[in-house]
Design a protein around this ligand. Structure first.
Ligand code: ATP
Ligand code: MG
Length: 589
């Protein structure tokens, strides 16, 4: 690995990290103590996510602090204090109650990042109904599929999205009883068979007492990104808030007074766990931008909103890297004190680029829809090893295991051995099932481990290194090649913006490593560049691992949550069926 450990910038001017000493924190942590950091419903009536995120603060010292600072597409600001948020979410819970939506009923959302989405999410949880966010760019088919699997009883959406995507599906969704519409520009809407959400909210009382909630009551239904196949509906319960809270505190170093921007859409688990719940339980100010990625706008937002903690994803970081550090340096981002990334492997190049552009490295962390919260992280108090996902959160036991032929599973014998990343079940935000897919759920467990489907290795000091998804790993001439390693090596070349690596069948080697590369502005595909990249990779990786073929693309196919879909690159390359592409974003062949 050509990268050395990164020493952090001088942080003497800010408060010490929430996690000061990793070993000590890991050794002394208990989930029972983490639960004690939350309040619980009054009178011992259980644990409810929305109480911890909103009502607890609305009745305490943060009542008048900004909870959500929303930036509309046109740049207007709208701020909700914790107290405002309590009122609005109470109204929403009362609306649900008034139309007969109760505990356990599924309330879906299909909307851009509008304030109503955040109010609906938290109001739904107050009512003990189950919140299920969908990404607003989904087409009718993926919407129908997810709403059927999830038995949607109500949906919150906009007039425009309803007309374009849902109206025609109504006949095929017999369980869908209520459609709550947000009119265009907040205006009244009168479509037969729907409710005008704002009209109902105006009539609703602003008082609502959260009913007793069992920590094991179902709270959230999240569909996975569909990177490797058909998306699965992961079920989460109210107890998850314990993990949302403590991981935000320890891994993202959140504290009251922070201005936190999570760029993920709540249609994905990151946008809910860390784009709604965790920042609010930690009493920070959450920045929400309604607009999609736009380089200049993002830098301006960091400056104007005085963002202190920023949580984003490798795809966005790679897009920023395409245009170099000068663009970022034009803005005053000096309020930033912590940068983090999730969703895909973060190439070492990206970690270091953060330091060049913002004076701070990106801290990679790893988790999944199924784990509900961050499981592995580069903590503020630890030196970063660029390319490593970091170390397990306190309370999380992780191991690299090997699956034996008889189906049993055993931790690998020595450090630096590749195997499947496994976690010991038992943390509060662990998914409780895949909805209606008992068999698929059961297959994730063996010998007391939850098997993540990702391959990794752990070094002598306990840092975990991502190798690839089990489905993406390439078997070439007796070697196991992880696409991430090859992609990261290519990314170090100054012409490369992005790379996706797959295995293609080969008679002698079994599989050959093939790379698909998108170039940075100012570079053009050519035979000479192809040769240069092949040589460059070979020098870095050796002939067994280096790609044998390189093909240029303008863009690589990605999920809407920004992950490279290697299975799709492969299917297209081999002329195989494309499989489930409901979450596909860019569609350049
Ligand atoms: P599906 O399970 O439907 O194929 P998905 O796994 O992409 O989709 P998510 O739950 O959104 O759905 O993503 C979790 C996965 O993303 C992880 O299992 C891992 O493969 C990848 N991932 C997330 N964070 C990181 C990271 N920091 N480094 C490497 N990979 C990561
Ligand atoms: Mg997955």
């Amino acid at each position: 690995m050509p990268w050395k450990t990164i020493r952090k910038h001088n942080e003497t001017d800010v408060l010490p990290p929430n996690l000061v000493d990793y070993e000590e924190a890991y050794g002394s942590f208990t989930w029972a103590a983490a639960r004690e950091e939350l309040q619980g419903l009054p009178g011992g009536a259980g644990l409810n996510i929305a109480h911890e995120a909103v009502d607890r603060h609305a009745a305490g010292p943060y009542a008048d602090a900004s909870a959500i600072r929303w930036i509309s597409k046109s740049g207007e600001l709208l701020t909700f204090t914790y107290s405002n948020l309590r009122t609005e979410t109470n109204r929403f819970a009362n609306v649900l109650r008034s139309i007969g939506i109760g505990a356990g009923d599924r309330v879906f959302s299909l909307a851009g990042r509008i304030p109503e989405l955040y109010i609906a999410a938290l109001g739904t949880l107050k009512n003990r109904s189950v919140f299920c966010p969908l990404f607003s760019a989904f087409g009718p088919e993926p919407i129908k599929q997810r709403m059927s699997i999830g038995s949607a009883k109500a949906i919150v959406t906009t007039e425009r999205l309803y007309r374009r995507k849902i109206e025609a599906l109504r006949g095929e969704l017999p369980e869908l009883e209520h459609v709550l519409l947000v009119g265009e520009n907040g205006e009244a809407t009168e479509i037969p068979g729907t409710h005008d959400l704002h009209a109902l909210l105006r009539q609703a009382s602003e008082d609502f007492e959260i009913p007793p909630t069992d920590a094991e009551d179902m709270a959230l239904l999240h569909f996975t990104s569909g990177t490797t196949g058909k998306p699965k509906g992961a079920v989460h319960v109210h107890a998850a808030v314990i993990a949302h809270h403590i991981t935000g505190k320890l891994a993202l170093d959140l504290r009251p007074g922070d201005i936190f921007w999570c760029t993920a859409d709540p249609g994905w688990v990151t946008g809910t766990s860390y784009g709604i719940i965790s920042p609010l339980t930690n009493a920070v100010t959450l920045v929400v931008d309604e607009e999609e990625f736009d380089l200049e706008r993002w830098y301006r937002t960091l400056e104007e909103q005085k963002v202190t903690v920023w949580y984003t994803a490798p795809t966005a970081i790679r897009m920023m890297m395409r245009t170099g550090t000068e663009a970022a340096r034009k803005y005053d981002t000096s309020t930033l004190r912590f940068l983090a990334s999730v969703g895909e492997p973060l190439n070492p190049e990206g970690v270091v680029w953060g330091k060049e552009a913002f004076g701070l490295p990106f801290h990679d962390n790893w988790w999944q829809t199924e784990t509900g919260g961050i499981m592995i992280a580069n903590f503020r108090a630890m030196d970063i090893r660029p390319g490593s996902m970091g170390r397990p959160l306190p309370g999380i036991e992780a191991a690299i295991v090997e699956r034996k032929e008889d189906g049993s599973v055993e931790p690998v014998a020595s450090a630096d051995t590749e195997g499947e990343l496994a976690l010991r079940p038992g943390w509060p935000s662990m998914f409780r099932s895949y909805l209606d897919e008992e068999e698929r759920y059961r297959k994730c467990f063996a010998d007391g481990w939850y098997l993540t489907g990702d391959l990794a290795r752990q070094d002598d000091d306990g840092y975990l290194w991502f190798v690839g998804r089990a489905d993406d790993v390439i078997k070439s001439a007796g070697h196991l090649v992880g696409p991430f390693e090859v992609e990261s090596a290519l990314m170090e070349h100054q012409a490369v913006a992005e790379a996706g690596v797959i295995g293609i069948p080969d008679e002698t080697a079994g599989e050959l490593v093939k790379a698909f590369v998108a170039l940075k502005p100012g570079h053009k595909p050519s035979d000479a560049l192809q040769k240069e990249l092949l040589g460059y990779a070979r020098k870095r990786l050796g002939p067994a691992v280096a790609p044998r073929q390189i093909s240029f693309r303008t863009n690589l196919p990605k999920t809407r949550s920004g992950k490279i879909m290697r299975r799709l690159i492969k299917a297209r390359e081999l002329g195989l069926p494309e499989g489930d592409i409901s979450t596909l974003e860019s569609d350049e062949k």
